[in-house]
Ligand binder design. Structure first.
Ligand code: ADP
Ligand code: MG
Length: 334
């Protein structure tokens, strides 16, 4: 059973950035307005995320890392209407099978913070002989999740990593995506022991300012607003896309579906095609799109890691979005 859990976890979490994505989403789901991320060795040695969200009740800690522990589905109906992707109560459980996990958390009501350590789905003592029960500690409201020695017990996975800086680059890219998308949330992401941040965005920055900070002011100065909805296909899309005066060597696509960062090669291809009529040869666009779709129409099961998604009426929705981009691009003199 333990081996099965370990293998399952290792299949879903292939790189540190995949664990971090789950942790960021949990922090955002908890209503946080500040996320601080600390990384050591590309996330293999340490991934730490500190939020100021609603925290976890002390009594919920012992089962936190059991599979399917979630506070996010109250009834079975919610299964089809929930706006979250990927794991359902499996993220922390999976992480606890392939890393050392420490959770420190304080709710607004609690008089102190509680710290607990987990391994293989259950509470474990910090040191042999000590109690495994959550320990009262001083702390501010919110949650700090510390993931150490990721894949310590999966040597083949661990050996597959060549460079910490490559993994750190993936982490910075992901944090940058959420930093653009989550307005009113402050983000910082740093390597442990360094003062220069990979990402640093204040909570009050506008979306354009977020793009300016995370990407460049060059792109931020050349953006067109995208806003479109169609009841028939049950979707709403908004975002910012580069105009025909701006082009880069490779497409930058920041895509969110129901507030989760996702990949969609279909959307990427369609948008690139649309831009190819407007940009010089070899030039590519910058696109940030936040798409809201009725969750019942979204299929997250096409890929085991659930980063690539499909949804109903994809062709129609894509056509609407591309038409809108085309008409916006056409309006600007080049
Ligand atoms: P899911 O997000 O699908 O519910 P997870 O394994 O990611 O499953 O998290 C399990 C539960 O732990 C969540 O439902 C939530 O109640 C709690 N939790 C995890 N991270 C946080 C956090 N940063 N702040 C508050 N609660 C959290
Ligand atoms: Mg989660």
């Amino acid at each position: 059973q333990d081996v099965v859990n370990k293998i399952a976890a290792g299949e879903i979490i292939v790189a540190p950035v995949h664990a971090l994505k789950e942790l960021i989403e949990n922090a955002v789901d908890a209503g946080s307005t500040s996320l601080e991320i600390l990384v050591k060795d590309g996330g293999l040695k340490l991934l730490q995320i500190t939020d100021n969200g609603h925290g976890i009740n002390r009594d919920d800690l012992p089962i936190l890392c059991e599979r399917f522990t979630t506070s996010k589905l109250k009834a079975f109906e919610d299964l089809t209407s929930i706006g979250t992707y990927g794991f359902r109560g499996e993220a922390l459980a999976s992480i606890s099978h392939i890393a050392h996990l420490t959770v420190t958390t304080k709710t607004q009501e609690s008089s102190c913070a509680w710290r607990a350590q987990f391994s293989d789905g259950t509470l474990v003592p910090p040191k042999p002989g000590q109690s495994a029960e959550p320990k009262a500690v001083a702390g501010r409201p919110g949650t700090q999740i510390t993931v150490e020695d990721l894949f310590y017990n999966v040597p083949t996975r661990r050996r597959a990593f060549r460079s910490a800086s490559e993994e750190y680059a993936k982490i910075v890219d992901l944090v940058g995506r959420y930093a653009v998308h989550c307005s009113n949330v402050a983000f910082s992401c740093k390597k442990h022991g360094e003062s220069a941040a990979g990402v640093s965005v204040p909570s009050n920055a506008s979306t354009i300012d977020r793009i300016r900070i995370v990407h460049t002011s060059q792109v931020a100065n050349e953006l067109l607003r995208l806003e479109i909805a169609n009841e028939r296909w049950g979707f709403k899309a908004e975002g910012w896309v580069s105009n025909a005066n701006y082009s880069i060597k490779r497409t930058t696509l920041l895509l969110f579906i129901n507030h989760r960062a996702v990949e969609s090669s279909n959307i990427k291809k369609a948008v690139e095609q649309t831009y190819s009529n407007f940009l010089p040869k070899g030039g590519h666009p910058f696109i940030y799109i936040s798409l809201e779709i009725d969750p019942q129409r979204v299929d997250v099961n096409v890929h085991p890691t659930k980063r690539e998604v499909n949804f109903l009426n994809e062709d129609e929705i894509l056509e609407d979005i591309c038409n809108e981009i085309r008409s916006n691009l056409g309006k600007v003199d080049t």
